[in-house]
Design a protein around this ligand. Sequence first.
Ligand code: MSP
Length: 514
Amino acid sequence: MVKTQKNVPYYITTPIYYVNAEPHIGHTYTTILADTLARFWRLYGKDVYFLTGTDEHGDKIMQAAKKEGVESKEYADRISGLFKSTFEELGFTYNRFIRTTDSDHEEVVTGILKKVYDAGDIYFGEYGGYYCVGCERFYTEKEMVDGKCPDHQKPLEYISEKNYFFKMSKYQDWLIKHIKDNPSFIEPERHRNKVLSFLQDPLSDLCISRPKDRLPWGIPLPFDEKYVTYVWFDALINYLTGIGYPDGAGFEKYWPEVHHLTAKDILIPHSIYWPTMLKAMGTEPFKTLKIHGYWQVDEAKMSKSLGNVVRPLDMKQKYGFEQFRYFLLREMSFGLDSSFSEELLTERINSDLANDLGNLVSRVLGMTERYQNEVVKKVDGHEGKLKDSVKSIAEELPGLMEGFRFRKAMLKIWELVTAANAFVESSAPWTLNKEGKTDELAGVLYALLESIRILAVFLAPFMPETSGKISSKLGIKFEQNLTFTDLVEWGLLPDGTKVQKGEALFPRVEYSAE
Ligand code: MSP
């Protein structure tokens, strides 16, 4: 059952990415998921807002800039620009690309700090703790592994200084109750359980400032100019700035219908800092936090030093971006880790795309060319099980997308590809043609052409370019005012449409270990 109503807006976010690394498979994956959801719910008829961008303040960025011998802002401009141009080239349909150095964001952060300070939830104190610059956060003794950060495996630095603190601990009981009362607040369940187990120990307050003389690269605190804002307190607020908080129409419309998408590395800031910050500022909590697993590369952790970083533009050039996008959507079970390799990618391209989908489209269009002079004849009553397959996919897809089950959605859509290929064999249009059964032949081809048209609808959010190519081969365009439910209605391909087989959708690829 789909709970999602057409008239409820849909706001989807990705993490804003640190500008100390160039876009890789990880950033690309999360943004592909968000783009797929945005495209799906728009097609479904919802009002969607999709936000992505870059996180540019803090120690880590300042150190990276220093290493290159340039000013922090100049460095951030360059890498943020690279993220933006890459995302444009990949065709992501975000509504805004936000930067934490944008002036409206600085204003919003300043306003929120003032509000929380005036409410008495920020105080001055001294604290010492173990800090990971990679994660830009303190670790508790319990979280540390052999004195190291469990994620970066690097020794943690002990930092002790006078700073401002946010009274996060005050909201611990509220947060536990909210998570328990709202099972879909953090999903999948394994990650929700991790958060609840973290909350079994008393929460400490959150250090939200850094002294300017040590770290000048950040948003100044409105109540003490000797300090700048801690990077996570700054970054999380992007989700509000992006839609015009506090009094923009976007905030009014989209909050709190917000779905935050991140990987497991930043579970704690999103599930603990963020909801307590929202609570303190008197803003409703977000709707859901969805946590996906990590991509490994050739079974190993991806890293610059191992030289196994997978870059989306390289993949686009070598295999085609739609192929890469298909692989990522099809391969990872949401919430679990997965392994990427070019060998696996090649296998999927050849089997699922070139063989199954590509061949289906070229065979059916080829037969329409040969037997009917490229013209669609609308003859009903020969659809066999294809219509049932379409119906069951159309019914299930919205629920799968609501549950972020991308892999299951791809498998479900492929049921129609498989059914249509089997139908070609069982109905043997070549025999019908030989025997001069033109009416039956037209009926069989119509059922196949119509299945392909509906496949283009199903695929539109997942493989937008492929969907467009299929439609143009069929000589049709989706009307803008029609939604998913209208478009998957059987029988819309008009009689007399002229189709064109054209080039293969997916060339076969060779894998070489080089
Ligand atoms: N700047 C913070 C996020 C602030 S959000 C308010 C940050 N940036 S990051 O550049 O490190 O991006 C982390 C995110 O990138 C992950 O949560 C995930 O979305 C994506 N990925 C980075 N590497 C990944 C994999 N190897 N696999 C899957 N996704 C990962 O954290």
